[in-house]
Design a protein. Structure first.
Length: 133
């Protein structure tokens, strides 16, 4: 189980100005970025060991990161987080090749609800259905 609290973070892979929270996963603290412009939540390949793989089709084949670089989606992973209010949230994200340690969570500030996946500003849809959408 992981707990989530907002705190300043000095160990962030990219200086992109995204709000960052520290997430406690398996008794280790990790930075999680929040992006209101992202269509999907994504996690780098290093995060795969901290979550559980979800069997089934991925919502997209690749995502476009900052600068227009395309990154292949490796699969779906689920993570469990505990909020500062004691609420447990299950988060399913796309694991992305090329983003090793980053975790980007998509959210919509207009509706104040968390969306299924974070990081990508553009994604090529695959023909299969997804548990993430």
């Amino acid at each position: 189980m992981a707990s989530l609290y907002v705190a300043p973070c000095t160990d962030v892979a990219a200086d992109d100005g995204l709000p960052t929270a520290i997430m406690n996963v398996n008794s280790e603290k990790h930075a999680v970025k929040w992006d209101s412009c992202a269509r999907y939540s994504v996690a780098g390949s290093e995060w795969m060991q901290r979550g559980e793989r979800v069997r089934g089709p991925v919502p997209v084949d690749y995502v476009e990161g900052v600068g227009g670089f395309l990154y292949d989606v490796l699969g779906l992973w689920t993570f469990y987080m505990r909020s500062v209010f004691g609420q447990v949230a299950q988060v399913t994200v796309c694991s992305v090749e090329g983003y090793t340690s980053e975790f980007i969570r998509a959210y919509s500030p207009m509706t104040l609800r968390v969306l299924p996946h974070p990081l990508a500003s553009y994604a090529k849809s695959s023909a299969s259905a997804s548990p993430c959408e």
